[in-house]
Design a protein around this ligand. Structure first.
Ligand code: MN
Ligand code: MN
Length: 285
């Protein structure tokens, strides 16, 4: 991996916070309908470093000065050997104390979580998505991007899974959710204050199609009636437990409009990095 710093070479000032590692996972081999998410990491990274925006998070912490965000670049994945790619993902996560992963399709969450569980034990997971991604398998592929949370439960990797933004629940996935004890917050009457404050170790997974297509059109499976980014941020910033990792997945730049979904994803990187840094120290900004 090539390691470069974001933020013009600035290093953190004041109290030393641990480095957060940004890792791109450019794979879409487990997408079911339309590929293109492999180009997500490059688009998010371009938006993150663009002078169109700046490095501030809403907490006041800034990337580069207050938060040491190290960009590890994209992992070279083959898309031909899924098990080999999963091993490469696990090895990269094992080298990064506090990783933020950029998908790629949502299938990447399974090897990422498995690698973090090896270090921390079973995780509480806060998952934003239009879809529950609980299929036993989808169209014959157990590693489908529609199945990562079924694999996670089979592996015993989740203590609690709280799903937010779900609005496509069919009978099979409802049965799977019941089987695994998944906590699904209904999209109807949703309010961020309904999202539980979870204990650590906490993992946060953001499928961009959880957000309404009017704000995040650049996804393969746009589903109307979704979350506002403002609600996602409120749910994230309610969390006080140590966050051991996070991902932002399913950006499909070919479907984006004026890069607005990439820009939204870059904002999520800043906000997740700030929340990880604050919770690591038990701060409450
Ligand atoms: Mn989805
Ligand atoms: Mn998903």
């Amino acid at each position: 991996m090539t390691v470069i710093d974001i933020g013009g070479g600035f290093r953190p000032s004041g109290a030393m916070r641990p480095a957060i590692h940004l890792i791109g996972l450019p794979t879409d081999v487990n997408s079911s309908f339309e590929r293109g998410a492999a180009k997500g990491p490059a688009a998010i990274r371009a938006a993150l470093v663009s002078d169109r925006g700046n490095s501030a998070s809403e907490s006041g912490l800034e990337l580069g000065t207050d938060i040491d965000l190290v960009d590890c670049g994209d992992l070279p994945l083959t898309d031909l050997d899924v098990e080999g790619d999963d091993r490469a993902i696990a090895a990269a996560v094992a080298r990064a104390p506090l990783p933020i992963l950029l998908g790629g399709d949502h299938a990447i969450t399974y090897p990422v979580v498995a690698a973090l569980v090896a270090r921390h034990g079973p995780l509480n997971i806060l998952h934003f998505d239009a879809h529950p991604d609980l299929y036993a398998d989808f169209e014959g592929n157990p590693r489908s991007h529609a199945s990562p949370f079924a694999r996670i439960f089979e592996g015993g990797h989740a203590k609690r899974l709280v799903q937010v933004g779900i609005r496509t629940l069919n009978r099979h996935c409802r049965e799977q959710a019941d089987k695994y004890g998944v906590e699904i917050l209904p999209m109807a009457d949703f309010h961020a204050s309904h999202v539980p404050v979870l204990d650590g170790p906490l993992y946060i997974s953001v499928d961009l199609d959880g957000i309404d297509p009017s704000e995040a059109p650049g996804v393969a499976h746009p589903e109307p009636g979704g979350l506002r980014l403002r609600e996602v941020l409120a749910a994230i910033h309610r969390q006080t437990a140590p966050i051991v990792g996070a991902d932002i997945v399913e950006l499909n730049p070919a479907r984006d409009i004026g890069d607005i979904t990439a820009i939204l994803a870059a904002k999520l990187v800043r906000e997740l990095a700030a929340r990880i840094a604050l919770n690591h120290e038990g701060e409450s900004r």
